[in-house]
Design a protein around this ligand. Structure first.
Ligand code: GDP
Length: 172
């Protein structure tokens, strides 16, 4: 006997953040379960899909991985417009990347997009400069989801996308 019919929901999700924070690696880790030390720089934006199975729902993500380079910055609003969720990524070893992430949080606040902040490269704990507790307090204040991740080890990557799937409103 086949299982009960499941509701399938499609959501557009974008990744934002400085170049080299690990956006492409996070998407590849999530969608394919793999990690490459050398990931081709994203030109403009790359597209992938992946599914998260919740209890009675299936969430299908259409993922847009944007290029972090300054010269593509003007293109980014085109990708996040209409996105159900945005994963704003910084690198825990780069204060500059966290400042940029805060800029993206401000830019997306007040829109209908669910915001998740990902402090990536948590495997590089010895080189950490962005304190976890400070970001946790900031995220709470801004009302955004926050997790520290490692595309390299896989730590919290599935959890991040799963938690977003749980939180996304399924009323449409
Ligand atoms: P993007 O420009 O934000 O898409 O960054 P990439 O995904 O291209 O990653 C940039 C560099 O950081 C690459 O050399 C990756 O191998 C490395 N990288 C990405 N994620 C991690 C991680 O979680 N830990 C470590 N140690 N390196 C990472």
């Amino acid at each position: 006997m086949s299982g009960a019919a499941q509701n399938v929901f499609h959501f557009k999700l974008v990744l934002l953040g400085d170049a080299s924070v690990g956006k492409s690696c996070l998407v590849v880790r999530f969608a394919k379960g793999e990690f490459y030390e050398y990931q081709e720089p994203t030109i403009g934006a790359a597209f992938m899909t992946q599914t998260v199975n919740l209890n009675s729902e299936v969430v299908k993500y259409e993922i847009w991985d944007t290029a972090g380079q300054e010269r593509y910055k003007s293109l980014v609003p085109m990708y996040y417009r209409g996105a159900a969720a945005a994963v704003i990524v910084y690198d825990i070893t780069s204060k500059e990347s966290f400042d940029a992430a805060k800029g993206w949080v401000s830019e997306l606040q007040g829109t209908n997009t669910l915001i998740a902040l990902a402090g990536n490269k948590v495997d590089l704990e010895a080189s950490r400069v962005v304190e976890r507790e400070a970001v946790r307090a900031y995220a709470e204040q801004m009302g955004v989801l926050f997790m520290e991740t490692s595309a390299k080890s896989g730590q919290n990557v599935q959890e991040l996308f799963r938690e977003i799937a749980v939180r996304l409103p399924k009323d449409s």
